[in-house]
Write a protein that binds this ligand. Structure first.
Ligand code: FAD
Ligand code: NAI
Length: 474
């Protein structure tokens, strides 16, 4: 006997669980299947996907603890707080992180119950079509649903010849669970994970060397931002090497040795206690049995979708990391909501141009919209305003004077085209820029809006004034 639903969501990450909740709210009889190995105390796979189990949330918990540790060791004394040399209890830090994961993943279970979403435990794979519905195998059961939302997410890309055991050589999973602070930590890939996890372990005392293949640092970010961030991270002690080519990686019982060629062609050998490989992520489409139903994938294994996340099959949708666009939890959630609403005959909406990016280093990096380089390449005439936090009283009081806000606006219409922030709490400040851009706001709009004093957001206000060439405090 097969189970029947209006909507089956495959994958319980941010894309999937949000799509399932919204579909149920809209009156669809909805199930969501999940098959990850992160079992809860009942032995059921935890909901929340990469984000809650081995991504956004655990990494931010470790970033917070390591930030506190660094503050205690470096900036407390300047403010007259003498606590001596702080010591880190790694097991306790990781335990706290695991507690947060437990709480949030079981919270999603509660949300499923509240919204009447059925959780199915098991791997989902297509079987075929049954009338106008789809037959999907979930574990040992068969589920039939008219609408299927594939939200199977992504996993870490690994390098050939570099076996990940998540003990000595780690991807994101092991990097969040080290049992001690490595004396020497190597990181391959200076992207988002490399910088966030490299920062965690550097703050706790590791000597961190980052090896990046690209000649430019954070190539997708605005060049001013990348330059400022590289300067600050290097001063903090992250040893970032650009333009390298990784050679042989030898893994021992307690350490690892990485041969690489630097940007000038000189050969090096780096010995480390642990290695984190963070070279991007690949979509989870293997095991979906996509070929059985003719679900179209692109050459990178991602499911092909249109602007509303429709696949080539009627009634089959795909959202989140498994499709094109940035691999971000909030983008996955937006797509999940959009699909549920479009299925219900409503107008779904997801604007990629206003999806914010945040890198949770210290200082944080956040941006939305176009970079100066993109605008130049597209021949768009723009004006820029850039104001440092060093002039801001709140930033000084918080001992966080590093960084700036840079605003880019159309030269003719003044419409905001991009906002780029390096600075403490950039993750929160960027929301104002997102709202302004969603409402087609101008730099003058932000310059005329009253901002609370003293706050770091006053620098966003001042950057708006700087676009208009009339800053008041710089
Ligand atoms: P996922 O979260 O990957 O969820 C997919 C789920 O589907 C998984 O639970 C998987 O087990 C399940 N699944 C796969 N195949 C099947 C199948 N056939 N049957 C049943 N279940 C299946 N993004 C941010 O926006 N902010 C951050 O701060 C951030 N930090 C990150 C830190 C790290 C270390 C990592 C690795 C990622 C981070 N991300 C962050 C990215 C974010 O985690 C992803 O973009 C997001 O989780 C994607 O959501 P998703 O639902 O598409 O996929
Ligand atoms: P990434 O794409 O951010 O960075 C990978 C880096 O590795 C790139 O700079 C790339 O040039 C480099 N690289 C690739 N191959 C290499 C090689 N052979 N040798 C040396 N360097 C190499 O990917 P990352 O850090 O793995 O993160 C994956 C994704 O997860 C991110 O793109 C992002 O979408 C998401 N994420 C988001 C976070 C956030 O929003 N704060 C935090 C962490 C991850």
């Amino acid at each position: 006997m097969s189970k029947e639903f209006d909507v089956l969501v495959i994958g319980g990450g941010p894309g999937g669980y949000v799509a399932a909740i919204r579909a149920a709210q809209l009156g669809f009889k909805t199930a969501c299947c999940e098959s990850n190995p992160y079992a809860d105390p009942k032995g059921e796979p935890r909901l929340g996907g990469t984000c809650l189990n081995v991504g956004c949330i655990p990494s931010k918990a470790l970033l917070h603890t390591s930030h506190m540790f660094e503050e205690a060791g470096h900036t407390f004394a300047d403010q007259g707080i003498n606590v001596g040399t702080p010591k880190i209890d790694v097991a306790k830090m990781v335990g706290r992180k695991n507690g947060i994961v437990d709480q949030l993943t079981s919270g999603i279970k509660g949300l499923f119950k509240k919204n009447k979403v059925t959780q199915l435990n098991g791997h989902g794979s297509f079987v075929g079509q049954k009338g106008d519905a789809w037959e999907v195998k979930v574990g040992d059961e068969t589920v039939v649903a008219k609408q299927v939302i594939v939200a199977t997410g992504s996993k870490a890309r690994h390098l050939p010849g570099v076996p990940v055991d998540n003990k000595i050589v780690c991807d994101n999973v092991g990097a969040l669970d080290l049992d001690a602070v490595p004396k020497k930590l190597a990181v391959i890939g200076a992207g988002v994970i490399g910088l966030e996890m490299g920062s965690v372990w550097r703050r706790l005392g590791s000597e961190v060397t980052v090896l990046e293949a690209m000649p430019d640092f954070l190539a997708a970010t605005d060049k001013d931002v990348a330059k400022e961030a590289l300067k600050i991270f290097t001063k903090q002690g992250l040893n970032i090497n650009l333009g390298v080519k990784i050679g042989e990686v030898k893994v021992g019982k307690k350490n690892v040795s990485i041969s690489y060629t630097d940007k000038d062609g000189a050969e090096h050998k780096l010995d480390a206690d642990r290695l984190i490989v963070s070279v991007g992520r690949v979509p989870n489409t293997d095991g979906l049995n996509a070929e059985a139903v003719g679900l179209k994938l692109n050459e990178r294994g991602m499911i092909e979708v249109d602007d509303h996340c429709r696949t080539n099959l009627p009634g089959v949708w795909a959202v989140g990391d498994v499709v094109r666009g940035p691999m971000l939890a909030h983008k996955a959630m937006e797509e999940g909501i959009m699909v549920a609403e479009v299925m219900a005959g409503q107008a779904g909406h997801c604007d990629f141009n206003t999806v914010p990016w945040v890198i949770y280093t210290s200082p944080e990096i956040a941006w939305v919209g176009k970079t100066e380089q993109q605008l130049k390449a597209e021949g768009i005439d723009f004006r820029a305003g850039k104001i440092p936090f060093a002039f801001n009283g709140r930033a000084m009081g918080m001992a966080a004077p590093d960084g700036f806000v840079k605003m880019l606006a159309d030269a003719k219409t003044d419409r905001i085209l991009g906002v780029h922030i390096v600075g403490a709490n950039a993750s929160e400040m960027i929301a104002e820029a997102v709202v302004a851009m969603e409402f087609a706001g101008s730099s003058e709009d932000l310059a005329r809006i009253c901002h609370a004093h003293p706050t770091m957001s006053e620098v966003v206000h001042e950057a708006g004034l700087a676009v208009l060439k009339r800053p008041l405090h710089a």
